[in-house]
Design a protein around this ligand. Structure first.
Ligand code: C2E
Ligand code: MG
Ligand code: MG
Length: 717
């Protein structure tokens, strides 16, 4: 028994030892596990903490303490969550109401679900806290400092917003589609406006949802090509937008590859270039059109002429070139100003266009137009058309209550008869136009070989004229001017050119040539000096009238010239009468007016010559104190035949009386005319009846000149 008991005891002891050993092993295993766990916990980058169901700390790691600046003396196993939160409040890493927090936590733990939330600490950091409830109560929590990540996220947000703002505000359209199924993924504001569809409607849909099949096919083709090639740039192509509207765009497509190196997105950038294109077209239009009338300009005309020649040459066809000039347009421009000139030109251009049918019309500038006539039998069709144009322009144009008469002169040259190249055709059409003008305007002349000779002749004459003064070929004739009772009060100096081969060339022929060739200033100066020194030599202080060309008002210093000549010759200024025509006042009215005022200030007299032939503008007479008006001889020659002329003469007399200026009748040839003028109380006269223009020697007795040879019969009569 004792043996059995002792055996049992020793058995039990063994068992107890064995159990003890087992427990020890278990303990050691657990201790190893725990230290392993602690080490593991300590080495995680997050703060880890475990609480039991009584909300007391079971386990934590150092990071948890460090994150919240907590003391290991306080935060150790067994301490309550409340104590920890109070400690954190003290370290400035917790600012919530502790009771409320604990209540909320409990509530969540009861749900048994993992709970994750971000917290901002009073010291400006952000933590992500995840609480994971454990079976049987308690929970494990991880605390992670995500301050940096948050900052980076915010930064990213800011950058994203910034980029979005840019993308939304750039004028170019940005569209992103999925490379896989072609659905819209993104479109910016410019894109919404261009397509007329809000992005909410566009995103997730395809091209075919918005564009007609034909357009969808084109866009799809381009998208595919861009995806295949990586990029596709297209310039200035049409794009249907906002329903049926079509605009011009530049577009670029870029494939954006995913991680696998295959296209994931297709970015399309579209630039609306309609406005730029329109500007370009407008500039191109302006380069080839006259801005006033919108007719093709010189550049367009030259191109068209070359093209027409090429076509006619290939077809063996004829065509006609009409070179046209407006008659009396310059006067309108000068008299009423450029705005009026423009207005009248516009209306004329319209008349030309209306009358010209299919012919090509261009305005080369000023009052010069060109027409290319290809239709119909040439030159008959062109002759008909020219007639039509002349008739269209012969009708008066009303401007500002006045009826303006503007005619058309046309010169024509036929291809290939009058020229097989542009330059010859142009030159010959111009020669024909010159002939038209010389013959009285308002008609058409076709080029003839003869015209070449005329032009040549003209150039030759101009050439001769340039040396005429030096060779002593110019001379002055003097025509008496008298009171209506016949008393001679002065002479008009009239220029004569004695050409060595051609004989006498009339001033009406060579003065325009001199003006054109820029020779008039020199000639005018010679006339003035010659006439003044002649008059200064007379014993009787008679007046001497000298004609001034309008060109003398525009070139050089006329006032200084007159002043110098008066001083050189010693002629009393009040004996000099300067005769000017309306042309002198045109172009630059205020400059001409100032010149006249300064001339008048010298003491010389100013007469308005050829009154009644131009526009006879009353405003001219009112704006400057002329001393005399000379009624043009055309009215005087008709005085005894034509009631209208008599009425005009009477009206001018009335005008003279009102404005207190002397009226001189030009071209008085008969006693009847003189009688009529007397009845109208005309002041002065000039004409063959009183005396012809002659060398001064013929009037030596009247002027009191030593070399008297012959007395003019008319004077003594
Ligand atoms: P104008 O100044 O009106 O001169 C009068 C013109 O009428 C002169 O023509 C004269 O010969 C002509 N004449 C005079 N009495 C009669 C008449 O009873 N019947 C007819 N049918 N004609 C008459 P002319 O000498 O041929 O001169 C023509 C124009 O040439 C002048 O017209 C004037 O505008 C211009 N001219 C003449 N000499 C000069 C000059 O030295 N300088 C400038 N710039 N122009 C001049
Ligand atoms: Mg005169
Ligand atoms: Mg005259």
């Amino acid at each position: 028994m004792t043996l059995a008991v002792s055996a049992m005891i020793s058995g039990l002891t063994l068992l107890a030892v064995l159990a003890g050993l087992g427990l020890l092993a278990l303990y050691l295993w657990m201790a190893r596990k725990l230290s392993h766990l602690t080490r593991m916990i300590d080495n995680t980058p997050q703060g880890l903490v475990m609480f039991d169901s009584a909300l007391n700390l079971v386990l934590t790691n150092k990071i948890y303490l460090d994150l919240y600046n907590m003391s290991p003396d306080i935060v150790k196993p067994g301490v309550s969550l409340r104590a920890i939160l109070e400690h954190r409040t003290a370290t400035g890493t917790f600012h919530e109401d502790i009771d409320q927090y604990i209540a909320r936590l409990r509530h969540h733990l009861e749900s048994g679900e993992v709970m994750s939330a971000d917290f901002d600490t009073p010291d400006g950091r952000t933590f992500c806290v995840t609480n994971k409830p454990m079976k049987g109560g308690g929970w494990v929590a991880s605390h992670q400092d995500i301050t940096e990540r948050r900052r980076a996220e915010r930064e990213l947000d800011r950058t994203r917003n910034f980029l979005n703002a840019i993308v939304d505000n750039i004028p170019e359209v940005l569209v992103v589609k999925s490379a896989h199924d072609g659905r819209y993924i993104f479109i910016n504001r410019a894109g919404e406006a261009l397509y007329g569809v809000p992005r909410s409607e566009l995103i997730g849909r395809r091209t075919s949802d918005f564009f007609p099949p034909e357009q969808t096919k084109i866009i799809g083709g381009r998208d595919q090509e861009a995806l295949r090639r990586g990029r596709l740039d297209l310039e200035s192509h049409l794009l249907a937008v906002r329903g049926s509207e079509k605009i011009y765009v530049d577009s670029s497509r870029v494939a954006i590859n995913g991680k696998d190196g295959k296209p994931e997105y297709l970015l399309t950038v579209i630039k609306d270039i309609s406005e730029r294109r329109e500007t370009q077209l407008r500039i191109a239009h302006l380069a080839h059109h006259d801005p006033l009338t919108d007719l093709p300009n010189r550049a367009a005309f030259n191109a068209k002429l070359d093209e027409t020649i090429a076509v006619a040459e290939a077809a063996g066809a004829k065509f006609t070139l009409l070179c046209m000039d407006l008659d009396h347009f310059k006067e309108v421009n000068d008299l009423f100003g450029h705005a009026a000139g423009d207005d009248v030109l516009l209306r004329i251009a319209k008349r030309i266009v209306d009358a010209a049918g299919k012919a090509f019309i261009s305005r080369l500038g000023g009052d010069e137009f060109m027409v290319i006539v290809t239709d119909g039998e040439q030159p008959e069709a062109a002759r008909d058309l020219a007639g039509k144009l002349i008739r269209a322009l012969s009708e008066e144009i009303e401007y500002d209550g006045r009826k303006l008469r503007i005619g058309l002169s046309v010169g024509a040259a036929v291809y290939p008869d009058d020229g097989a190249d542009a330059a010859t055709l142009l030159r010959n059409a111009d020669a024909a136009l010159y002939r038209t003008k010389a013959e009285g305007r308002g008609m058409v002349r076709f080029y003839e070989i003869e015209m070449d000779r005329m032009l040549h002749d003209r150039r030759e004459l101009q050439n001769d004229l340039s040396g005429a003064i030096a060779r002593g070929e110019l001379a002055l004739h003097y025509q008496p001017q008298a009171r209506i009772n016949g008393t001679v009060i002065g002479f008009e100096a009239l220029l004569r050119w004695e050409h060595p081969q051609r004989g006498f060339v009339p001033p009406g022929k060579f003065i325009p040539l001199a003006e054109e060739a820029g020779l008039i200033a020199g000639i005018g100066e010679w006339v003035l000096r010659e006439a003044c020194s002649e008059a200064a030599s007379w014993r009787r202080p008679l007046q001497i009238a000298v004609n001034l060309s309008p060109f003398q008002f525009r070139q050089g210093d006329l006032v200084t010239l007159v002043c110098n000549v008066l001083m050189e010759t010693g002629l009393a200024p009040d004996r000099l009468v300067l005769e000017i025509t309306e042309g002198a006042l045109m172009n630059d009215f205020s400059r001409a007016l100032s010149t006249l005022r300064r001339l008048k200030a010298l003491g010389v007299q100013i007469a308005m010559d050829d009154f009644g032939t131009g526009y006879s503008s009353l405003s001219y007479l009112q704006s400057f104190p002329f001393d005399k008006i000379k009624i043009d001889k055309t009215f005087i020659s008709n005085l005894d035949r034509n009631a209208q002329s008599a009425a005009i003469v009477r009206a001018v007399m009335g005008l003279g009386r009102n404005l207190k200026l002397l009226v001189v009748a030009e071209g008085v040839e008969t006693k009847e005319q003189l009688e009529a003028l007397r009845r109208e109380h005309c002041d002065e006269m000039q004409g063959y009846l009183i005396g012809y223009p002659s060398p001064i020697a013929d009037y030596a007795q009247i002027v009191g000149r030593a070399a008297a040879r012959r007395q003019n019969a008319a004077i003594s009569a």
